[in-house]
Design a protein around this ligand. Structure first.
Ligand code: ZN
Length: 693
């Protein structure tokens, strides 16, 4: 589970995200939170707001009032400031690769060729639809459901990730995730997840509000326009049928909150069982098409969706399925087709869905493409250049302090039995923490990149990733493998590996500043580190034992207590309403909220341990504890467009940032630090504060 909003790097979605203006980076913004001094950013606060009424506004109000969201973004904030920096640096490294004229086949040459092929808009216009044509012809040549099953299998990619980077969306019929097995965690297993929708979530198809109905009308127009551009006749009728099919698929989908339930997801199916369990699709042909004919077993994340979607393959007309395949192909690659396609896709997914008026400049989208397809190749250079051994050592010491604080908290829990405590401690003992960059780098030797073929580069890239993942099915796992790159401003817990990664790009100011007071470092990066550690013990992580297996290691009383406490936290987040007609989903965001709750608690303990009994120095008139909590609140400074925020509330496991900052109301030490009194809006009576770990 990742720390914050993120958009998948490995899949083609990366390009789509860049086109949407969602990819979290951009150039030199002047509006980002400022970090002129070493400590909390006092100028970003709003002292006219009482901390007990709105802690997020108190910590960030000054910055919010003085900031405009640039027209090419859905949001801006402290994460995007660092993304800007990381991407400027990455762009510089790419520029060096371009100038190097490195030997063909070398990683440096691949970086240069991939970037140049994306930037060469004239070549893209000249080629027109030619790169797409063989694929459209193959779809047109499908003449029965048997061949359809094969084509659906051929479209399978490893483009979903249920527990690490948490991405449950694929527009292909299903998605493959290769990860350590739920029940046998020493080897890689094949997880299959629901898919088939082009819009981000079932809610966009099923929601009854006028807003959702308008989006569907515009989506149908978008489908028609894209097919028309590709030369299809009768596109209005085709678009109507495609939308009807996706609507029917959406009805079979589980919600994100349901997807996060590990017990419901642990469904081992033999390949031979699929035909009987989920009749409709010709499964043998599907798996042959996917190159998985000899894979004996799978874990099916949402059995009911597989039953429903498979039945739809049988009950829906062949022509509709062919149009659906063609439209999905066109939309997926629109960003590297002639201008009309790219603009058409942005008009719907960028403007309509996210509310972002303008696309990012092309060079920024080019950096996103390189990060998406060759992230470790450029990341290896990034880590050498921008992450010093001193920074690594300091960050490692911080992590060790917070793990030690977490251990003490577990030992001190009054409600937990010794046997459960022992297994929790064992999980911390086997936890592997990666700081800055991975110990081994992804090998891109088999990925062929050509200087003038962006469509082929992306097509081969997604197949390269897929083949890489399929090839390791059944093989021993690499517990130290990363799912992010060093240049990514984020952090992640990998529950099946019992591992954490803190990329180099987040280990810098304002999150981590060796010159800042301890209060600020513990409140900022310390709470991030605590957040990732405590994913080990959140509503999902707690289902895995110290070896990463799904195993019930809790005593029944302890688990009952844990369930009750987490239900109270879910209920607390259910009450938050970013819009009058849209509430935060407490269940969908529970794992992340538990991690924030426990993360800030452990960071606070780590901070006080670091003081070794001394009183923290005042700075700018703020006590040590005040600085700690304000630094935590400032982690979440951001401004988000309405449609982008609505999309997040519906499709992301993270609550909106303002409610993440308000987590402080559950922490006892916050009350005396700011003299919070009953009657203030965030005030909770001691019995109503939720403390889990
Ligand atoms: Zn998280």
């Amino acid at each position: 589970m990742r720390l914050t909003l993120n958009f998948p790097h490995r899949a083609l979605v990366c390009v789509a995200s860049a086109l949407l203006g969602l990819a979290p980076f951009a150039a030199q913004s002047q509006d980002a939170p400022k970090q002129d001094t070493h400590g909390i950013a006092v100028a970003n606060m709003d002292p006219s707001v009482k901390p007990g009424d709105d802690f997020y506004e108190y910590s960030n109000g000054g910055w919010i009032q003085g900031t405009e969201i640039p027209p090419d973004r859905g949001r801006i904030g402290v994460f995007s400031t660092l993304d800007d920096l990381s991407n400027k640096r990455t762009a510089g490294l790419i520029e060096e690769a371009v100038k190097a004229n490195a030997p063909a086949g070398s990683p440096t040459r691949k970086i240069a060729d991939l970037y140049n092929s994306y930037m060469d808009e004239a070549a893209i216009e000249t080629k027109g639809l030619a790169p797409l044509r063989p694929h459209l012809e193959a779809i047109a040549a499908i003449h029965d459901k048997h061949e359809l099953a094969r084509a659906l299998g051929e479209s399978l990619r490893s483009d979903v990730d249920a527990l690490n980077n948490t991405n449950f969306h694929t527009a292909n019929l299903f998605g493959l995730w290769v990860a350590p097995g739920f029940n046998e965690s020493e080897h890689y297993a094949a997880y299959l997840l629901q898919g088939g929708l082009q819009m981000p979530d079932r809610e966009y198809y099923l929601g009854d509000s006028q807003r959702m109905r308008d989006i569907r009308t515009k989506y149908q127009a978008h489908i028609s326009a894209m097919l028309k551009l590709a030369g299809f006749p009768d596109t209005d009728t085709r678009a109507q049928h495609i939308l009807e099919l996706e609507h029917a698929i959406a009805e079979k989908h589980l919600s994100l909150a349901e997807n996060e339930d590990i017990q419901k997801a642990n469904n081992p199916w033999k390949q031979a069982d699929f035909a009987a369990k989920a009749p409709g699709l010709d499964w043998a042909e599907y798996f042959r098409g996917a190159g998985l004919g000899s894979q004996a077993s799978f874990i099916v994340w949402q059995p009911s969706a597989f039953v429903g979607e498979s039945a739809l393959v049988a009950s829906t007309g062949l022509d509709t399925w062919k149009d659906w395949l063609a439209f999905h192909l066109i939309d997926a690659y629109a960003g590297v087709l002639p201008k009309g396609f790219a603009e058409g896709r942005f008009a719907f997914f960028g403007k309509t869905l996210s509310g972002t008026p303008e696309q990012r400049p092309r060079w920024q989208r080019g950096v996103a493409v390189v990060n998406g397809r060759l992230g470790d190749a450029v990341g290896q250079i990034y880590a050498q250049r921008y992450f010093s051994p001193e920074a690594k050592a300091q960050a490692e010491a911080l992590v060790a302090n917070i793990i030690a604080a977490f251990r003490k908290r577990i030992d001190a829990l009054p409600w937990m039995n010794p046997a459960t405590k022992a297994e929790a401690q064992a999980k911390l003992t086997t936890l592997y923490v990666g700081i800055g960059y991975p110990e081994t780098w992804h090998d891109y030797t088999a990925y062929q990149v050509k200087p003038d073929d962006i469509f082929g580069n992306l097509w081969r890239g997604s197949l390269f990733d897929y083949h890489h993942d399929v090839a390791r099915l059944g093989h021993p796992i690499d517990r130290k493998e990363w799912s992010m790159h060093p240049q990514t401003v984020n952090a992640v817990n990998l529950p099946l590996q019992n591992a954490l990664s803190f990329p180099a790009a987040i280990l810098q100011p304002p999150f981590f500043d060796p010159l800042a007071p301890a209060a600020v470092n513990y409140g900022a990066i310390g709470s991030v580190i605590g957040h990732e550690i405590s994913h080990t013990f959140d509503s999902e992580g707690s289902a895995f034992d110290s070896k990463g297996r799904v195993r019930d290691w809790w005593t029944p009383e302890d688990f009952a207590h844990f369930k009750a406490a987490t239900a109270r936290l879910a209920a607390q987040y259910d009450t938050y309403k970013p819009f009058p007609d849209l509430s935060v989903n407490g269940k969908q965001t529970l794992g992340e909220n538990i991690a924030d709750n426990a993360g800030i608690s452990a960071a606070y303990d780590g901070y006080h341990a670091s003081l070794a009994g001394k009183t923290a120095p005042m700075l700018d008139g703020f006590s040590g504890d005040q600085q700690f909590f304000i630094a935590f609140g400032q982690n979440w400074s951001s401004k988000t467009r309405e449609n982008t925020l609505r999309q997040q509330v519906m499709t992301d496991p993270h609550a909106p940032n303002e409610f993440r900052a308000d987590m402080v109301r559950n922490i006892d030490a916050w009350y005396p630090a700011f003299n919070i009194q009953p009657g203030e809006k965030l005030y909770l009576a001691p019995a109503d504060r939720v403390l889990i770990w």
